[in-house]
Structures are given as structure tokens and as C-alpha cells.
Design a protein around this ligand. Structure first.
Ligand SMILES: Nc1ncnc2c1ncn2[C@@H]1O[C@H](COP(=O)(O)OP(=O)(O)OP(=O)(O)O)[C@@H](O)[C@H]1O
Ligand SMILES: [Mg+2]
Length: 329
């Protein structure tokens, strides 16, 4: 018997921005696999293409952005080139998205109740009363006090943290097989972010929903995910099981990111930043895009882009770090 296909299988995905001077490739050769029930962390610095990737997975990217190559298979079905009607059936039901900015998911002129009931009715035949009961239950699950009162509220009457919780409740309403969560980076304080993260993780584990968690912080992934994908300048540079990748990073960028994350402050509590700034995706350096910031750069790295190597623990580097080498600047 052949095993069932992975829940999500992204192969060689390329996302480009159409410009008068020709297409600019923003995400290139992206590979990503999510198995049913799995938690996968997608990590990288600001501007590396995380949100763009998430939007494209659900066909939510807008012209002049376009998927210029590759394949997105959901339960073995191709989503690249699917019609808007087909994508609408997938969104919310099979795959739900929690946006970086909860404002993107909530309609400012409708009450929370109307929005939640509509989200349920979009995919199920159900009475208004039953839908309202489900909405109430979903608010309780994400830790919202006085849920009946919140149902009557408009988004602007809620705090930023509460809006994000409502957006999460809506995302989980139809027990999707996959939740894509773009970590709220602004507006919420760190404690609330941590609480929300913990709740989403618990809810997904309970419902056996897979979770693709997008973040810039590797220490978050260490505590949460089964698998991790590290992105740099529009490409995945390292991926694999969290224990393997974070325990013995093979790409100098992953090692540097790990040293820069909260999990790896040095004995004096100093925070290590990675020297240099990440490149604009539109002006990617030649060869390996990380070479201008890499402590181990060699001539070949400036000339050619390394291919992805490895079966389970995959790395895109000509000179991957060995397990015995510590990252030392
Ligand atoms: N609609 C758009 N039009 C033009 N360029 C875009 C558009 N959306 C994103 N980009 C570019 O694509 C690149 C990746 O952006 P993206 O928003 O995916 O980054 P990100 O990894 O989510 O960053 P952050 O951590 O700050 O959210 C950036 O260089 C950005 O300027
Ligand atoms: Mg983003």
C-alpha cells in the first residue's frame, strides 16, 4: 500500500514581483513539507519572504505578485492554478490563516458574532443558534473572558491581544487540517504573544491540526515545533527535525540566528546580533545570499548558489558546519 501523501507538499516554489524592468524573484526554490498533525516552524529575519510564502500557499497574494514556478500540493491536490472558487473551499475549511495583523482577518463594521457565525455557515449547514453556541465555545477555548459580551462587540472595542485571540478562534472554528499562523510581531507585548502561542499549540494538538508557525525567533520554535525551516533572502537554507537543526545547526546562518535568539544569550546575558543587515529580496547578493555576512565565507560562496543537500536534515551550503564545530565569531 502506498502511504498517503503529506498534508502539504510545496516543491520548488518561486514567487516573483512583476515590474516594468521584468520579474523580480522574491522567493526561490522553496521546499516545505507538513505532515498531518505536525508543528512546523518557518523562521527568518524580517523581509526574507515568510508572509509572502504564507499568502501564496492560500492564493492570497495579489498582482503584481505571482507564483512563477513550482507546486503546492494539499493532500495531493495541486493548488497552483486552482480557481478562486476552489481556493475559497480550501480556505477556512482545510487550511486556516492567522495573519500577522489581526486587523486583516476582522471586518471593522461587523460584530464578532456576525463574523464568527458567517465563518461557520460558509462551510456547514447549521442553525443560527447552534452556530452561536459554537462561536461562544471557540471564544472560551482561546481564553476570552465574558464571551457573550465579546460576541456583541465590534473589533475596535477589543484590545489588540483580544483581537488576535478572536482571529485565532475564527481560524480554528472549522477544525482545519492545517493552520498557518504568522506571528504577531507588533502591537502585542511579549507575554501575551507567549500565551497566545501556547494556546494555539495546545488547540492544534488537541484537534490534531497541523500548524505552520511563522516567526523570526528560533527559541520560540525550539519550544514548540517538530520540524523547522530556516529562510534567508527568499530561500530555505536549512530544514529538518527541530532537535537535529537546533542541536547541531549546519548552516552558518542558522547558527548565527541561534546565537542571536533569546535561548542563547552568553554568560553575561549579552544578546548577539548577526553582523550586517539582511539583503532586500529584490537585490539578493550573488552566489549564496548569506555570503556577505558569513563568518566562514570562501571564494566559491560568492560565485555560485549552493544546492540543497541531505535527506532529512537538509542544508544549502558549500561548507556546512560539522557537529564538532561551534559557531564562534
Ligand atoms: N505586495 C508586495 N509588493 C512588492 N514587494 C513585496 C510585496 N510583499 C512583499 N514584498 C517584498 O517581498 C519580500 C518579503 O516580504 P515578506 O513580507 O514576505 O517578509 P517577512 O519574512 O514576512 O518579514 P517580516 O518578518 O518583517 O514580516 C520583501 O523584500 C518585501 O519588500
Ligand atoms: Mg511577515
Amino acid at each position: 500500500m502506498t502511504p498517503p501523501p503529506p498534508l502539504l507538499e510545496v516543491r520548488d516554489l518561486q514567487i516573483a514581483l512583476g515590474t516594468p524592468a521584468g520579474p523580480v524573484v522574491l522567493v526561490d526554490g522553496l521546499e516545505l513539507t507538513v505532515q498531518a498533525g505536525q508543528i512546523v516552524g518557518l523562521v527568518g529575519e524580517s523581509g526574507c519572504g515568510k508572509s509572502l510564502t504564507a499568502m501564496a500557499l492560500l492564493g492570497l497574494h495579489q498582482a503584481p505578485l505571482q507564483i512563477s514556478a513550482g507546486s503546492i500540493l494539499l493532500n495531493g491536490r495541486e493548488l497552483v492554478g486552482a480557481s478562486e472558487a476552489q481556493l475559497r473551499r480550501v480556505r477556512g475549511k482545510e487550511v486556516a490563516m492567522i495573519f500577522q495583523d489581526p486587523g486583516q482577518a476582522l471586518n471593522p463594521v461587523l460584530t464578532i458574532e456576525t463574523q464568527m457565525v458567517e465563518a461557520i455557515e460558509a462551510h456547514r449547514r447549521i442553525s443560527r443558534k447552534a452556530a452561536r453556541a459554537l462561536a461562544l465555545e471557540a471564544l472560551v477555548q482561546v481564553g476570552i473572558a465574558a464571551p457573550a459580551e465579546r460576541l456583541r462587540a465590534y473589533p475596535h472595542q477589543l484590545s489588540g491581544g483580544m483581537r488576535q485571540r478572536v482571529a485565532i478562534a475564527i481560524a480554528l472554528l472549522n477544525a482545519p487540517q492545517l493552520v498557518i499562523a504568522d506571528e504577531p510581531t507588533t502591537a502585542l507585548d511579549v507575554t501575551i504573544q507567549a500565551q497566545i502561542l501556547h494556546q494555539v499549540q495546545t488547540l492544534c494538538r488537541t484537534a490534531n491540526s497541523a500548524l505552520l508557525w511563522i516567526t523570526h525567533d528560533l527559541s520560540v520554535v525550539a519550544a514548540l515545533a517538530d520540524q523547522v525551516c530556516v529562510m534567508y533572502a527568499g530561500r530555505v537554507v536549512e530544514s529538518g527535525p527541530v532537535g537535529a537543526v537546533l542541536g547541531a545547526p549546519r548552516h552558518p546562518y542558522t547558527a548565527a540566528l541561534l546565537a542571536a535568539s533569546g535561548a542563547a544569550r552568553d554568560a553575561e546575558g549579552h544578546w548577539h546580533d548577526i553582523p550586517g543587515t539582511p539583503p532586500d529580496a529584490a537585490q539578493r547578493p550573488s552566489g549564496c545570499a548569506f555570503h556577505p555576512r558569513c563568518a566562514y565565507v570562501r571564494p566559491q560562496c560568492r560565485e555560485a548558489a549552493p544546492a540543497a543537500n541531505g535527506g532529512i536534515h537538509v542544508v544549502r551550503c558549500f561548507y556546512p558546519l560539522g557537529q564538532e564545530q561551534a559557531y564562534d565569531r
